[in-house]
Design a protein around this ligand. Structure first.
Ligand SMILES: Nc1ncnc2c1ncn2[C@@H]1O[C@H](COP(=O)(O)OP(=O)(O)OP(=O)(O)O)[C@@H](O)[C@H]1O
Ligand SMILES: [Mg+2]
Length: 282
């Protein structure tokens, strides 16, 4: 469980607040997607959850962030790191070893996991990520998507209750991005891990997450189920968030009186919409 109460944060030396009065309750087992334009405060919000803000970035910090009962500003960073696993966009910057299995072992040893447990945990994480065959590979020989899976497997092996992903599919093609999100869905569904993913790819988010939060100018401007958030197309557009094209198309059809149903956000839903229009006109 994560509780964010009246959170505001301004990086030292900056005039404007990166986060302004954020209030959020994120229950266990949530799969939350965060979207918003550049500079909205998405990364800063994730950093406030894993304690990087204010422990590594100083500034004016108001309010509180409680993660699994720990106040992140008061608790020591190691305690927070044990319940939150973070995956950031800069994959190479997060790689510490040159061989895949060492990458995963490194984290486990750092966390003091007993030796007799490390093998089983590594196997499980590699299999869950679908990269059992990469175990002995040199990380430099891997593709971007494979490296991303190694990092996610390394974080998964630590069995965090919460996983934070900041544009983790930023460099990936659509198929690899989907694979990552399918894996995240399994972690969420089968292991009950709370997932918070910042993403630019809104269609991907809409398909996989349970809830969406939209940030703009350091504020949380919308939050709710995908359907509810997409109803606010005007606010999303004003904030510079690209809504799925099929949703835009449906809005136009609605305003032209050609469609009266639910707004679609993926291709199968759009196909259903088109069928209903054709059916109605025949
Ligand atoms: N280390 C830092 N020091 C000072 N200011 C920062 C720092 N990191 C971010 N900021 C500022 O805080 C605000 C929020 O930035 P943040 O990186 O959280 O936004 P974001 O939504 O993640 O943007 P993007 O989509 O570009 O990643 C911006 O004005 C940014 O310039
Ligand atoms: Mg960011």
């Amino acid at each position: 469980m994560i509780s964010i109460r009246d959170l505001s944060f301004r990086y030292r030396g900056r005039e404007t607040y990166a986060l302004s009065n954020i209030n959020m309750e994120i229950p266990d087992g949530e799969f939350l997607g965060i979207i918003g334009p550049g500079g909205a405060g998405k990364s800063t919000l994730l950093c406030a959850v894993n304690g990087v803000v204010p422990h590594h970035h100083s500034g004016d910090f108001y309010g509180e962030v409680i993660v699994e009962g720990h106040d992140t500003a008061q608790a020591d960073p190691e305690t927070i790191a044990r319940c939150t696993g973070s995956v950031f966009q800069d994959i190479d910057g997060q790689m510490t070893a040159s061989v895949v299995e060492d990458e995963i072992l490194f984290g486990l040893e750092n966390f003091g996991v007993p030796r007799e447990e490390t093998e089983a945990r590594m196997e499980e994480a590699l299999l869950a990520a679908g990269i059992g065959d990469l175990r002995d590979r040199n990380v430099y020989s891997l593709s971007g998507g494979q490296k991303q899976k190694v990092i996610i497997a390394a974080v998964t092996a630590l069995r965090p209750r919460i996983m934070l992903l900041d544009e983790a599919t930023g460099e990936l093609d659509p198929v690899s991005s989907r694979n990552i999100f399918e894996f995240l869905r399994r972690l969420n569904g089968e292991y009950g891990i709370t997932i918070i993913a910042v993403e630019q790819k809104i269609m991907l988010l809409c398909e996989f997450v349970k809830r969406l939060a939209v940030m703009d100018g350091g504020r949380l401007i919308l939050s709710g189920g995908v359907k509810d958030v997409l109803q606010h197309a005007r606010e999303l557009e004003d904030a510079g968030v690209n809504i799925p094209r099929v949703t835009t198309l449906a809005r136009r059809l609605k305003s032209g009186g050609l469609y009266g149903g639910e707004l679609p956000w993926n291709i199968p839903m759009a196909c259903r919409m088109m069928r209903s229009i054709v059916h109605a006109s025949s």
